[in-house]
Ligand binder design. Structure first.
Ligand code: XMP
Length: 509
């Protein structure tokens, strides 16, 4: 049975980060809303209570049945979690006179306390709280303090319940990882055996048991998630996995063929479908970005549905859904978990009525990449920049024609190849060229030209939610600009986008 740690989410922005840190220690964990605690079986080694935007003093503060668990399982309360246990079990939490936010140092650490093994006095921690624990119950013991926060950490004497006011999951807490390791390994007894290889082994066994001789249909996009999901399913059920890869005519230059080739090379049972014309027909004359997206989504469903019907007796739809898409986050506006709305099943295309299998739905993106590497997937697929589903259609401003797609593909290929050969591709989070619906005057030889503008975009980001434009070297930009203008007919000017998100977005449409 897979050992695990439960992280109960009280709505903190740092909850996912706690999960990341736990997993970096090769320990599997799951995030659950505080008001939907799953059944605790023997696989659960310990519980972490997250922070929260709430104050325990608020009437609608989120509650958790602490007494039920604290005698049986190790518990670590973080920030709100620490305040919660203190406040409702004989102590008192008050509003701080000043909000404590930022770096602090532990100038007292109780000698020999297992939570602070190998953490030295003076260790820097990160505080972010408006309330402070003013008093703790008699059977609680302070195990660390800073000069302004006396109860920076406590233990309930004689139990495995620990609590800390600071955030061990942020890198500003310099010994945060050590502290988490002390809790998870020494106190909870986790064995740190959750690795890409062990994930692959257990997932393949689970998929075999779940799917038996059933057939699965899966749409590949050329991206990381669907590729890794496909290879895992392929290893579990072989040719019963039927992959479909649609050429919507909006992919990068030569991408359809090269991705198809590498999938075939991996031994996947894959069918490529050239549906370019169907997409171009549906897009003809559309200029509004949302209408373009909708048309592409509609045609994709039609094409995929047709292809899925050709597979006889299929009963499952495989998907590359990853963990951030399935975590039910606790709504900050009220402690009711947000639930994704469901479509009206009656109106859905047939393939959407299939049972869904999502082998990556417990993994974060970087974990998907590591699993992909352990499966031997081509690094070119694993290291790919994100690419939007509607593809080049949202990088051609205005209406789409095959000619514009061709021009943009050429310019984009020059751009991306140069990023690769200059060794900067992997340092950039996402890059692409944009075809602007603007013509400007130029001069080539003795000829006056009046042609379109290509804009280059490159951003640094962690998750696409915020982004900074990349400071690419001028010499590289100059080389790319020259190559595009000299080689791509119809383009006489190249510009570079120096906007960050927010207030701009990564894509132009
Ligand atoms: P924005 O432009 O919103 O993009 O800053 C953030 C990230 O999302 C991608 N993106 C999309 N992906 N369908 C997708 O599959 C879309 O319609 C879409 N729009 C934007 C974008 O490429 C970036 O990675």
């Amino acid at each position: 049975m897979q050992e695990k740690i439960l992280i109960l989410d009280f709505g903190s922005q740092f909850t996912q980060l706690i999960a990341r840190r736990v997993r970096e220690l090769n320990i599997y964990c799951e995030i659950h809303p505080f008001n939907k605690v799953p059944v605790i079986d023997e696989s659960v080694q310990g519980i972490i209570l997250s922070g929260s935007p709430y104050s325990v003093r608020q009437e609608d503060a989120p509650h958790f049945d602490f007494v039920k668990h604290h005698t049986t399982l190790p518990i670590l309360g973080v920030c709100y979690g620490a305040q919660y246990i203190a406040h409702f079990h004989g102590g008192e939490v008050l509003a701080s006179s000043t909000r404590e936010y930022g770096r602090a140092n532990l100038d007292y650490i109780k000698e020999g306390n297992p939570l602070f093994k190998d953490v030295l006095k003076g260790s820097q921690v990160w505080m972010s709280h408006g309330d402070t624990i003013a008093r703790i119950a008699d059977n609680f013991e302070i195990i660390a303090s800073t000069d302004s926060v006396e109860v920076a950490a406590y233990q309930i004497t004689g139990t495995q319940t620990y609590a800390i006011q600071f955030h061990p999951e942020v890198t500003h807490s310099t010994d945060g990882k050590q502290l988490l390791q002390n809790f998870l390994v020494d106190i909870c007894g986790c064995s740190q055996d959750w690795t890409p290889d062990s994930f692959i082994e257990t997932t393949i066994a689970e998929l075999k048991a779940k799917l038996g001789d059933d057939k699965v249909v899966l749409g590949l996009s050329g991206g990381v998630d669907s590729s890794v999901a496909a290879v895992l399913l392929h290893q579990a059920i072989g040719a019963n996995l039927h992959c479909i890869f649609v050429d919507n005519g909006l992919l990068r230059k030569d991408e359809y063929q090269s991705v198809l080739d590498s999938y075939q090379h991996m031994g996947l049972n894959i069918k490529g479908i050239d549906a370019k014309q169907r997409f171009y027909d549906a897009l003809a004359g559309l200029t509004d970005p949302e209408k373009k997206r909708k048309a592409i989504g509609r045609v994709f469903i039609e094409v995929f549905d047709d292809a899925a019907h050709e597979v006889q007796g299929v009963s499952w739809l495989g998907q590359g859904t990853i963990y951030p898409d399935v975590i039910e986050s606790v709504s900050v506006k009220g402690p009711s978990a947000t639930i994704k709305s469901h479509h009206n099943v009656g109106g859905l295309p047939d393939f959407m009525k299939l049972k869904v299998v999502e082998p990556l739905n417990t993994l974060f993106k970087d974990e998907v990449r590591r699993v992909g590497a352990a499966l031997g997937i081509d690094p070119n697929i694993l290291g790919r920049h994100p690419f939007p589903g509607p593809g080049l259609a949202i990088r051609i401003l205005g209406d789409i024609t095959p000619e514009k797609v061709d021009i943009l593909q050429q310019a984009d290929a020059i751009y991306i190849n140069n990023l690769r050969s200059a060794g900067v591709y992997d340092k950039v989070w996402q890059a692409g060229a944009i075809y602007l619906p603007v013509q400007s005057v130029g001069v080539m030889g003795d000829e006056r030209t009046y042609e379109n503008v290509i804009c280059l975009r490159a951003v640094e980001s962690l998750d696409g939610m915020t982004a900074d434009w990349c400071h690419l070297p001028y010499s590289l930009l100059a080389k790319i600009s020259n190559e595009i203008i000299n080689n791509v007919k119809g383009i006489n000017r190249v510009v570079y986008d120096i906007s960050s998100k927010p207030p701009a977005t990564i894509e132009w449409e």
